[in-house]
Ligand binder design. Structure first.
Ligand code: FES
Length: 89
């Protein structure tokens, strides 16, 4: 759940860790500020190294065509290097 007085929280389930993801940062950048090193390579939404599944929440992208198929998006996959959390994720 998100409210307007705080940045969205991102929870990384396999690690059991959470961090704040303000809308000025991508989720990958916010993880870095929280000293959490997530898989990454290109950082521009093309290589898919950072691909992960979002179980809940909503993101928007900093680029028009992130490297995800429509089906992957529908299944909840996101690319954190170009995704900004709009809600808790
Ligand atoms: S790091 Fe390459 S798509 Fe995210």
């Amino acid at each position: 759940m998100s409210d307007s007085s705080r940045p969205p929280q991102v929870r990384v389930k396999p690690l059991g860790l959470s961090f704040e993801a303000p809308d000025s940062l991508t989720i990958l950048e916010a993880a870095g500020f929280a000293n959490l090193r997530l898989p990454r390579s290109c950082r521009n939404g093309t290589c898919r190294t950072c691909l992960c599944k979002m179980n809940e929440g909503r993101v928007r992208y900093t680029i028009e065509w992130p490297g995800l198929s429509r089906e992957e998006k529908a299944e909840g996959y996101i690319l954190p290097c170009v995704a900004i959390a709009e809600t808790d994720v």
